[in-house]
Design a protein around this ligand. Structure first.
Ligand code: ADP
Length: 852
């Protein structure tokens, strides 16, 4: 390597030939060194590429074909160990600023340098021949163009020569033609002369024709004008035309149409005329509107049919136009008038149709009105008939009095009332004479009212009947009627014999008075209520007992006096009966004038009007305070006795049980049976005494309900088993649909079942069946106990649940009539229901239901 830095080497190496030494390590060809000329030729100045591979320093971009040439050259030098000269090739190198690449032309000489037989380095002389190549190319192009030019020049020269020859030939021809031409010209002159002669003749003829045409135009009754040239200069216009134009000859001839009639500018005519010049064809247009200016300045609209005929000159060109105009304004106007009349006629026809329709409607209305009239007539006849019937049925007499004369017209019935004969003439005076004098002012007042104030009148007064002399009450009602063209003013009305009514009312008043006297003088408390449940009368006994006036007792004032414990119950009894319009009874305590409460028993039958409608109640109350006290004493006594009886009975029961045990022990069967019977009797007696005690407890409000959940069907089973211990005469069956749990006082309900079961056994013959069923129905548990016993009369069924009540013919059976009473109270306290269905001789079914 020192070798490359050796001054001798450097002196030899740094020549003007661009050189580079590459290491022979194909394919990298590491750059060992290069000289300044090389740097310049390859744009490497300022860049150190020593130590880089050749391709690294000068990348073979885009695999350019120059790359292959260079590589092949290097490889060939390496392999052959001979100097290789490469032909010019193209290769891109980085530009001087290294930013782009430049495509340059290169010429290379590669000289292998070897120390042994294999090259170690390759000394490559690298000429950048780009400029040279480009210059050569330019020169080449120049030479090529020059040769091309000279070729073209030679060609042109040849062409020129041949043209020359042609020219020569033409000239000769020309000369020949010239001669021919001269001859022709002579011929032509002759022909021309001939022609001119003819043209003169033709022009003469044309002039004649034109004159004839002008004459014709000027004499024809149709409006015509001749317009000359595209300028449309009016050459000629005949009288009819001038008339349409409303101009005279001097105003139009020789002028442009458009100057005479500037208003035509906006109309289609100038265009149509110009078209005729162009197309050379006739134009004919019928019925067109033209606005022509009048001399006074106004425009007049006329309607015309017109046609434009082209007139040709001798060359066949349009020289002028013959315009023919036929004024059809009056026809059009006539037509318009006709149209208008037609429209008017149409309108009239329509109006007529409308009128016709109206007429038809009016006719229909008329028809309807007529039908209505007929209908009304019918109604009127019907009304008249009904009136007549009413008058007859109501036993009414009718009358009318003519006011001026005082003359009466009376129907036969009216005459009968008064006792006038059927034929007698009756005047105001005759009528007045029969009236009892004290009633005359009444009649006079009604008469004046009717006359002056046109009020209807209705008066009642007694008269002495003429024919019998009897006193009769009559009612006269009516009104005054104003005079009409047919009739004068009059009174009109009906007369009624109300004697019976007056007498009936009188007797009613008397009977009412009697009732009032009676009611006021009795100790029974009597009150009257109307159909709206309002009290309307309290008798004296009420005011005495309560110490209140009748007014303060009216309405519900009386209810305030009822003992708070009884009020709701009694008011409920009253209102329930009121709704049913049924009779009711009830007991309640009322506050008396001393501040003590008195027990009253009320009974109230409903009242009805004569037409059967409900009128309210008349109630009567009696003071049962003493009775109540007696009853209390009796209850207390029963309670006390029962209580006293219970103690020895309990002792007897104890002894009987001891004896029974003893008898069983000694196997004394007779004693055992006897004691068993004794035990059953004691049990019965205990039940009876308990019943009495319960009644007294109930009445003093000491029966209390203690509710528990229990199974009703289970209880029924237990009760049957229990009763079967003491009875063997009846067969008791139970039918349960489902197990039912209720919330109730188990002991109290068991005593109800016990009572119903005992009754079923008691009131039916031995050997009969008793069926018990238990089910749920509408939110209630319902139990029924059905026997085949003696039955109960249906009138008595409701009463059975009352205290101490026993059916009329059951005296063969022991009992006190308290079992059902107690049962009903217990069920009521449970908000349930108890009732019975029965038929005499067939059996009874007792039901009770309890809410679930
Ligand atoms: P008692 O049976 O002690 O008279 P109850 O209050 O139990 O009292 O019954 C009242 C009355 O109802 C009885 O006296 C009887 O007339 C009638 N009665 C009750 N149950 C029946 C029944 N199953 N069959 C016929 N009558 C009956």
């Amino acid at each position: 390597m020192i070798f490359f830095n050796h001054p001798l080497f450097l002196a030899l190496f740094n020549t003007s030939a661009p050189r580079i030494i590459l290491q022979a390590n194909a394919p990298h060809f590491t750059i060992i060194t290069y000289n300044e000329a090389y740097e310049k030729a390859t744009n490497t100045t300022g860049r150190n590429v020593k130590g880089l591979g050749l391709w690294e320093a000068y990348p073979n971009n885009d695999q350019q074909s120059g790359g292959d040439i260079l590589l092949n050259g290097l490889m060939e030098a390496l392999n052959s160990n001979k100097i290789i000269k490469l032909p010019p090739f193209q290769y891109s190198i980085p530009s001087v600023d290294q930013l782009t690449t430049e495509l340059n032309w290169w010429q290379l000489e590669i000289e292998p340098i070897s120390t042994q037989n294999k090259p170690d380095y390759l000394l490559t002389t690298t000429y950048n021949i780009t400029e040279k190549v480009l210059a050569a190319k330019t020169l080449d192009n120049f030479v090529k163009r020059e040769s091309l030019l000279s070729q073209e020049l030679a060609k042109s020269y040849e062409e020129l020569a041949s043209s020359n020859e042609e020219l020569q030939a033409s000239m000769e021809e020309l000369m020949a033609s010239n001669e021919a031409l001269y001859e022709s010209r002579q011929e032509l002159k002759t022909v021309n002369d001939l022609l001119e002669g003819r043209i003169y003749e033709r022009t003469q003829a044309l002039d004649d024709n034109r004159k004839r045409l002008h004459n014709m135009i000027m004499t024809t009754p149709v409006a015509m004008t001749i317009l000359k040239g595209p300028e449309l200069i009016i050459e000629l216009a005949n009288e009819p035309m001038l008339h349409i134009w409303q101009r005279i000859q001097a105003q139009v001839i020789g002028n442009r149409l458009i100057d005479v009639f500037p208003e035509l500018v906006d109309q289609p005519f100038p265009k149509l005329l110009t078209d005729v010049f162009k197309t050379r064809k006739r134009i004919a247009i019928p019925k067109i509107a033209v606005d022509i200016s009048q001399l006074d300045g106004d425009n007049k609209r006329i309607y015309v049919n017109f046609c434009y005929d082209p007139i040709f000159d001798s060359n066949g060109q349009v020289e002028c136009i013959l315009a023919t105009v036929i004024d059809i304004t009056s026809e059009i106007e006539n037509l318009e008038r006709l149209e208008q009349s037609k429209a008017e006629l149409q309108a009239t026809i329509e109006e007529l149709a409308a009128t016709n329709e109206e007429l038809a409607t009016t006719n229909e209305e008329l028809q309807e009105a007529q039908e209505n009239l007929m209908l009304r007539n019918e109604v009127l006849s019907e009304t008249e008939e009904s009136l007549r019937l009413a008058v007859e049925a109501g036993n009414l007499g009718t009358y009318s009095v003519t006011l001026g004369t005082g003359k009466f017209q009376m129907s036969g019935r009216a005459r009968e009332f008064w006792g006038f004969s059927q034929t007698a003439e009756i005047n105001w005076g005759d009528v007045i004479a029969n009236v009892e004098p004290e009633y005359l002012p009444l009649i006079e007042k009604a008469r004046i009212n009717a006359l002056e104030h046109h009020l209807p009148f209705d008066v009642r007064y007694p008269i002495t009947q003429l024919s019998t002399g009897a006193r009769k009450w009559i009612r006269v009602s009516g009104r005054s009627l104003a005079a009409t063209p047919e009739k004068s003013a009059r009174f009109l009305g009906v007369i009624m014999d109300i004697t019976a009514e007056v007498e009936y009312r009188k007797s009613l008043e008397e009977s009412e008075e009697r009732f009032r006297t009676m009611a006021e003088n009795t100790d029974v408390m009597i009150a009257v209520g109307d159909e709206s449940s309002n009290a309307i009368y309290f008798n004296k006994a009420w005011t005495v007992l309560t110490g209140r006036s009748m007014e303060s007792l009216l309405e519900f004032g009386w209810a305030d006096l009822i003992h708070p414990e009884d009020r709701d119950r009694y008011v409920d009894i009253y209102l329930t009966a009121f709704k049913a319009q049924a009779a009711f009874t009830g007991e309640f305590r009322i506050l008396d004038h001393t501040g003590d409460y008195r027990w009253l028993l009320a009974k109230a039958p409903p009242r009805f009007h004569t037409d059967g409608s409900f009128a309210g109640y008349i109630s009567s109350c009696v003071d049962i305070t003493e009775l109540k006290k007696d009853e209390q004493r009796k209850n207390d006594f029963i309670g006390m006795v029962s209580h006293e009886l219970k103690t020895p009975l309990t002792a007897i029961n104890g002894f009987v049980q001891v004896l029974q045990m003893k008898a069983e022990h000694t196997k004394d069967s007779f004693a055992s049976t006897a004691l068993n019977k004794a035990y059953n009797q004691i049990k019965k007696m205990t039940n009876m005494i308990n019943g009495f005690l319960d009644v007294t407890r109930l009445e003093s409000g000491k029966i209390l309900i203690f509710k528990n959940l229990f199974q009703l069907d289970e209880l029924l089973k237990e009760m049957i088993e229990e009763i079967d211990v003491i009875q063997s005469t009846h067969h008791i069956s139970l039918q349960v649909e489902e197990s039912i749990t209720i919330n109730a006082d188990r002991d109290k309900i068991s005593s109800v079942i016990n009572n119903l079961l005992s009754n079923a056994v008691k009131y039916s013959p031995a050997g009969k069946n008793i069926e018990i069923s238990c089910k749920t129905l509408n939110g209630f548990a319902q139990v029924s106990i059905k026997d085949q016993g003696i039955g109960i009369d249906h009138q008595e069924i409701e009463k059975l649940f009352g205290r101490y009540y026993r059916a009329v013919d059951n005296h063969t059976f022991s009992g006190f009539g308290i079992g059902l009473y107690l049962s009903a109270e217990i069920i009521n306290q449970h908000h349930g229901k108890i009732w019975a269905e029965s038929e005499i001789g067939k059996g009874s079914t007792f039901y009770f239901s309890l809410p679930l």
